[in-house]
Design a protein around this ligand. Structure first.
Ligand code: GRF
Length: 257
């Protein structure tokens, strides 16, 4: 059972997607051990409370220095004994000591297709404002492991989302959440919980989505009506609606809406 701690700062829609996916069985072998927010007014804390998940606020504002906050914050995280830490819209800089301690055991969701529109200053609505300013036609989201850089860690899953005419940053943000973030974040947790993600040389070397157990098959069918089929001796994901086929190499951007 993967013990997951979710770190939040705001509304917590990604946290909700994780909670729902655990409840519905889209995420398996996983327990949400606790939720920590740096913001006492974060609605995410209420979402955790409603689901009986231990939750607390630890804010840098309540400590004399960043060093003292970092120590208390790390103590609180460690006390929950996480196998995996999920940054779901967490807006506090993670202490270097914690990054090292939880290397390849801490993931983040970013609302763009990294390496576009990421790094320092790209958070929240700004990401979508910049994408619209640049006039890109495709945006999306990325789940990646956290390393010492900003949005530079090994990429686990990405999913593309189309920009539509007349999009405002708010409308685009919502579409990216609905079509990408709330899907790939739970999917990444499920893959990790089932030992399917391997990191080598700073990259994901294996996402075993072709396992004979059919776990991935059930994820695809639950999520999108996509069914696996044997074609030329290989498992291929086939979109039940469009008939389009996708190779089973774990690149979730292949899943169409
Ligand atoms: C999401 O867009 C996520 O990608 C980013 O912060 C936002 C958090 O939203 N890192 P919510 O609190 O999960 O609703």
């Amino acid at each position: 059972m993967l013990n997951v701690v979710v770190l939040v700062s705001g509304g917590g829609t990604n946290l909700q997607a994780i909670i729902d996916a655990v409840d519905s069985g889209v995420i398996t072998n996983t327990k949400i051990a606790g939720v920590i927010s740096n913001n006492k007014n974060a609605y995410a804390l209420e979402r955790a409370e409603k689901h009986g998940i231990p939750n607390q606020c630890i804010s840098p504002k309540d400590y004399e220095s960043r060093e003292i906050f970092n120590q208390e914050f790390m103590k609180a995280v460690d006390a929950l004994q996480p196998d995996l830490i999920v940054l779901a819209g967490f807006l506090v800089v993670i202490p270097a000591e914690m990054i090292a301690k939880y290397r390849n055991r801490m993931i983040n969701i970013h609302p763009s297709l990294i390496p576009a529109f990421c790094g320092t200053g790209f958070y929240g609505l700004k990401v979508h404002e910049k994408a619209l300013e640049r006039g890109v036609k495709v945006v999306g989201a990325t789940v990646h492991f956290v390393d010492e850089g900003t949005d530079t860690g090994p990429i686990i899953l990405q999913k593309a989302v189309e920009v539509e005419q007349g999009d405002t940053p708010e409308v685009l943000q919502r579409r990216v959440m609905e079509q990408a973030e709330w899907k790939i974040l739970p999917h990444a947790i499920d893959l990790i919980a089932n030992g399917k993600v391997t990191v080598k040389d700073g990259k994901i070397s294996a996402i075993d989505v072709t396992s004979a157990s059919g776990e991935t098959a059930s994820y695809f069918s639950k999520a999108k009506g996509i069914i696996p089929k044997m074609i030329s001796g290989q498992t291929t994901n086939v979109d039940a609606a469009s008939g389009a086929t996708y190779s089973s190499n774990g690149i979730i951007t292949a899943v169409r809406n």
